[in-house]
Design a protein around this ligand. Sequence first.
Ligand SMILES: O=C(O)CCc1cccc(O)c1
Length: 507
Amino acid sequence: MQDKSTPEEYDVVIVGRGPVGATLANLLGLCGVRTLVLEREARTYHLPRAVHFDDECMRVFQTIGLADAILPHVILSPGMLFLDAAGRMLLDWSRPQTLTPMGWHLSYRFHQPDLEDVLIGGLARWPHVTLRNRCEVFALDQDEHGVRVRCENLSNGRLSEVRAGYVIGCDGARSLVRRFIGSGMDDLGFHERWLVTDVLLKRARDDLGDYSLQHCDPRRPATYVRGTGTRRRWEITVLPDEDSQDVAQPAKVWELLSRWITPDEAEIERAAVYTFHSVIAQQWRNGRLLLAGDSAHQTPPFLGQGMCAGIRDAANLAWKLASVIRNSAAPDLLDTYQSERLPHVREFIELAIRLGGVINTKAIEAGLAAGEARENAPVKLEVKKPLLGPGLAFGDLPLAGHLAPQFTLTDDSRSDDRTGYSHVLLIEAAAALSSRLALSQAGIKVLTSDDANGLGPWLREHGVIAALVRPDRYVRGSARNEAELDRLLAAIAPPTQIPSAHVPSAA
Ligand SMILES: O=C(O)CCc1cccc(O)c1
């Protein structure tokens, strides 16, 4: 039965309330954007999927005021070791246990349902954000004014519709929104079946260690990841002649795990065969429809970056959407979302594929081929964060497209907590800034080298007197002198303005 009342209106409808959809909804909540999240499931999916996120994601969770609520649910990851079939270490991807320039640790492990519960709980802080579960979107029709979103209530079969300024598909690999956008997928060539099994330990097994392990055994490559609490994960290659269903049967799972653990020591929480894909949607936006997360890109898991990429999408997109919805930017600002994010995520996916190759072959040979290894010594792996693709960053200026650090302020608070999800100009205290009032009217905050420990040395290290940082913490442009500073500030006029946002504490 169709509900005939006038459709409710929202600025943004998000399809899917997984970690990416829920983070985006929190960011839009922070910006004061009227948001509806539609989710087909009744509640948080209880089984783990993503298990790892990085310092940049934690910084986004800080931005939405939820980092403190998330911290009790995570453990720090010391990193990942690559072992050959005889157990010798080939590649060492240890992570520093100190804070990174983001102000957080480089690597966290977590249980996805715990994270989702915090993110979804956080939505209750925003009166203008609504979550509707058991609601399946089946049609999206856009015109010049907005999108007609039609959905079915899966509890009672009732049909309804709402109007949205924009619809964001955070609806996963089989995205309906992507179908309405009409996007094809670029195939990066990696498609492998792996058995993913999570077990719950019945008693402590400290000998398994805290490092993730890549068993680079060409006969059957496998990954071990220590989860939070008693949860441990193994991912094991499925051989070409094996049937996916047979491999996931408990007897076969225990046979495959027998090198490491037995049924006396643990129970299987879940075992399923997944095909790890490497694909990127060709078109992330069609008018008022956009994609974020797995709907836009899928990666093999070896870097632990799948969900991180989606969280970065949300952070890149939310402030742009808010600016367009508030009419302080033209809709073509939204085109910079794909142009900036796609090359970034592509670089991570390509590295994950190369690592997959290492796991599948022999790491030392790959390391030697890359000229990085000495005979009989493990290769040290360090993963550099890619740059933003072309878009808003002034590409010819130092730092443009890089993440800005988070500084500790002289009152011991953190710079992101002071500046919020806003543009901020980081500037030498001695530099002349004639237009402070104009900046503040434009929603751009100012932090000087007198306010923030380490800011002056950071600017000087890069040969600049100022850097303009966007709400997603990427540097938009910098200035080496006062003439360049005037040019930088003039170039962003009229500035991309979002309302100053106050972060309430977690619900
Ligand atoms: O970096 C880590 O500790 C784990 C990253 C990870 C997660 C899941 C699968 C995988 O191959 C790597």
